[in-house]
Design a protein around this ligand. Sequence first.
Ligand SMILES: [Zn+2]
Length: 147
Amino acid sequence: MCQEVNRDCSCGKEKVSFHLRDNIMSQEVIDRLFCPSCSGTVALEQESMVEDNGWVIEYDMDLARMYAIAKLGVEPDQVHPGFVFDEGYVTWREMYPGETKDIADERKRIISMKEKNPQEYLTTINAWAVERIARLKAEGWRKAKRA
Ligand SMILES: [Zn+2]
């Protein structure tokens, strides 16, 4: 079971869903969230923040460390913001914020060719899935790079 958590960014423009793997940590670990519009207002703090293509999550690292030590049995110095994000303990629910909407828009374009040319549609939708991941990796999204 994994819990879904929504948070607004600091400027209030964006709302993002988080995924908390195995409920090891709680949503209180998310201190602040900055979208690409508001992340420029904060200095990146390596000790408590993780950056993903213009998005910044600030974690309560004392709390994250407490959960990691108690429930995962890891050493305190292993628990850094990259660990919390990349191992999925407090991370985006999607590959990146806004992915679901982007996918819906892209699919709509491809699905419009389904009636006219079913064979081309199949080829296109398969190629699209592969190209998407390659594109997200190239754009540097942390979760895509590990996919
Ligand atoms: Zn914002």
